[in-house]
Each structure stands twice: as structure tokens, then as C-alpha cells.
Design a protein around this ligand. Structure first.
Ligand code: ADP
Ligand code: MG
Length: 328
């Protein structure tokens, strides 16, 4: 099968699939003028909105195991990108897909595209173009989302808005605990011994993360800063602190049981956010509306630095490092 047949069969879907998208729960015309098949895709942003754009690349051996299910990989490749939109409070519109494939494997392409489009359709995010080439397996997606422009300024939720006194929250704790993706990774790598049931209980957190898209959109007018957790909670909180020129005191008593990776794991794709205390009721309402648990884990402080506190409020030694691609 040639490049063009491959694109036509697995990635170019009938127009009925792509004329409509979901925008903040409403079905809307996505304004796609030219989709797959010409030299560029052309689409018109919604009036009054601006585009938020992000790319994430998944490299075999670095970001996923060679034997991972192609369906899960299709899901995750888009999920990690939608998670970046969520962190900015952006509603997904469209994406492009750049694929390097070692060979044309139809069973793989069928599974990959199924996982990819299931998540895309769930969020009304349309595949509008891409590139396909032969090479070591590599998946690069660029997503386009929208936020309103408010009073001449961007309505996007940024890392830089945290203020002293703000509460710090993490999404999805409890059943979907931060750190579980890393636990699954360490079990799969053979670094941690665990039985099959334990692995099954956490594996989906690594392989099928849930991007907190609806939560992110709802937070846009409530949170002062936000980031998605891809490198580990403390490391990503560090990005907020640096961008906002503030410090933080973080509680550790919410970490359940022996969840060693809660603070330093990575690949969680939960949202980490800050909001002033007067927004607590609003956040509770958002949490209920989006069926996403929010746990308050600390407070932003004017004093720079990140301090971990035990259940008595006493400082703990910071021995947690987050994941850095170039440090290992
Ligand atoms: P060009 O050579 O002009 O870059 P290509 O031949 O690479 O164009 O691609 C032909 C069309 O198919 C373009 O519209 C491109 O966006 C689309 N396309 C290529 N690969 C993919 C893919 N993996 N997923 C979606 N669309 C793709
Ligand atoms: Mg091309």
C-alpha cells in the first residue's frame, strides 16, 4: 500500500464525520474549509476566539513500549496533546498528525486510527492534515484549540498567574491517583515486582490517560494558573512557581498509602492549578459538573521555594525529583 492509499484508508474519513464538532458540549460547524488532501488545511477560527496550539511527539522506546496496543497508542498520542489544551482552558478544534512508520502494518494502522478517532470524536476534535513517512515509529500531533479573547487580552489559562494565598489543587486524585502511571511504568520495566492484578489496576493510567478537557475549559475563568502533569507533580508545580515568581507549601498527607510516585511520577495528565480561596465553592461546583475530583494540596506563598509539609504541618526534606528527559 502506498502513502496516499494509506492516508485515504486510515486517516481521511467521510465528510459527514468532519463537518461538525463539539464545542463546550454544543454541536457546532467547525469551520473547516479545506481538510486532508490539499497542500494546507484551511479553517476559520470562531469569531472572538483565538487559537491555542501545542505539539507533542511520542517516540518508540522513549515514550512507549514497542508491544503496546496500537489502539491505546492512538488514544495516548492525542490524549497528551488534548491535555495541553486543557491546561490552557482551551476547547479542542482540530489536529494534525505526522507519522513515521517502519512499514505498512494494516492491523497496527487499524488499531491506531480506531483509538485516535474514538478520543478525537469524544472531544469534537477534527483531523485536518498531517504527514506520513517511512522511518522509526514516531508520532507527532499538533492540536489547535480555542479560548476567547477577553477585553483585548488572551483568555488562555497560563502558568504565570499564581498569587500568594492561592490554594493549590490537583485533579483526579483518589481512584485515579497521581503517580499510578509511573508505578505501571516501573512494573513494566521490571524495576518493581507486582502481581498481574496490581499491574492491571494501574496500567490504564499509563496507557490510556484521560485528558481533563472539560475541567480545563471550566477552570478558565476560575483558576489563576494551571499546568498539566506530564513530568511529575512537584516538577510541574515548579514551572508554575517559576513563571509566577512565587513559592509554595505543599501538604503530603493526601498521598494515599504507599504511593511513592505521587509527587515525582509523571505521565499523569492530571491538571495542577491554583485559585484564590473565595473560589472554593465554584471549584466544588466545577468538580461535580465535570465528575473530576479536585484535591487541595497546598498554598502559594510569597516566599520563593517549594516546601513539603507532613500532616502536622512540619517541613519534610525535599528528596523528590521530577522526570527530565535530558537528565537521565
Ligand atoms: P505534501 O507532499 O504536499 O506535504 P502529502 O502528500 O504529504 O502533502 O499529504 C497529502 C495530504 O494528506 C495533505 O493534505 C496532508 O495534510 C494529508 N496527510 C498526510 N499524512 C497524513 C496523516 N498521517 N494524517 C492526516 N492527514 C495526512
Ligand atoms: Mg507532506
Amino acid at each position: 500500500m502506498g502513502e496516499f492509499d494509506l492516508i485515504a484508508r486510515y486517516f481521511n474519513r467521510p465528510a459527514s464525520h468532519i463537518q461538525q464538532g463539539l464545542h463546550e458540549g454544543r454541536s457546532v460547524d467547525i469551520g473547516l474549509d479545506i481538510g486532508i488532501g490539499d497542500d494546507c488545511a484551511v479553517f476559520t477560527p470562531t469569531a472572538g476566539m483565538q487559537l491555542c496550539i501545542s505539539s507533542d511527539m511520542l517516540v518508540e522506546g522513549r515514550h512507549f513500549f514497542s508491544d503496546v496496543s496500537p489502539e491505546a497508542l492512538g488514544h495516548k498520542a492525542l490524549a497528551v496533546n488534548l491535555s495541553d489544551l486543557a491546561a490552557c482552558g482551551a476547547a479542542p478544534r482540530a489536529f494534525t498528525l505526522a507519522l513515521a512508520l517502519p512499514a505498512v502494518n494494516e492491523a497496527w494502522l487499524e488499531g491506531f486510527s480506531r483509538g485516535l478517532f474514538a478520543l478525537a470524536d469524544a472531544h469534537g476534535c477534527t483531523l485536518i492534515g498531517g504527514d506520513t513517512t517511512q522511518g522509526p515509529l514516531n508520532i507527532c500531533i499538533t492540536v489547535f484549540g480555542e479560548v476567547p479573547r477577553v477585553n483585548g487580552k488572551s483568555g488562555a489559562l497560563l502558568r504565570s498567574g499564581a498569587q500568594a494565598g492561592d490554594d493549590i489543587y490537583v485533579s483526579g486524585t483518589g481512584v485515579d491517583h497521581v503517580g499510578q502511571a509511573r508505578l505501571a511504568l516501573e512494573i513494566l520495566r521490571g524495576n518493581i515486582k507486582a502481581d498481574a492484578a496490581t499491574l492491571e489496576a494501574v496500567r490504564h493510567r499509563l496507557e490510556r490517560p484521560t485528558p481533563r478537557v472539560h475541567l480545563g475549559v471550566a477552570l478558565r475563568t476560575i483558576a489563576t494558573s494551571c499546568i498539566d502533569i506530564s513530568d511529575g507533580l512537584l516538577g510541574d508545580l515548579g514551572h508554575i512557581l517559576k513563571a509566577s515568581h512565587v513559592g509554595a507549601n505543599v501538604q503530603t498527607h493526601w498521598i494515599e498509602g504507599s504511593q511513592a510516585f505521587a509527587l515525582s511520577g509523571g505521565d499523569d495528565y492530571e491538571l495542577l492549578l491554583t485559585a484564590p480561596p473565595h473560589q472554593r465553592d465554584a471549584l466544588q461546583a466545577v468538580s461535580e459538573k465535570t465528575c473530576t475530583r479536585l484535591t487541595r494540596i497546598g498554598v502559594i506563598d510569597a516566599q520563593l521555594g517549594l516546601r513539603l509539609l507532613d500532616s502536622a504541618g512540619l517541613p519534610l526534606l525535599n528528596r523528590f525529583n521530577s522526570f527530565d528527559h535530558f537528565a537521565t
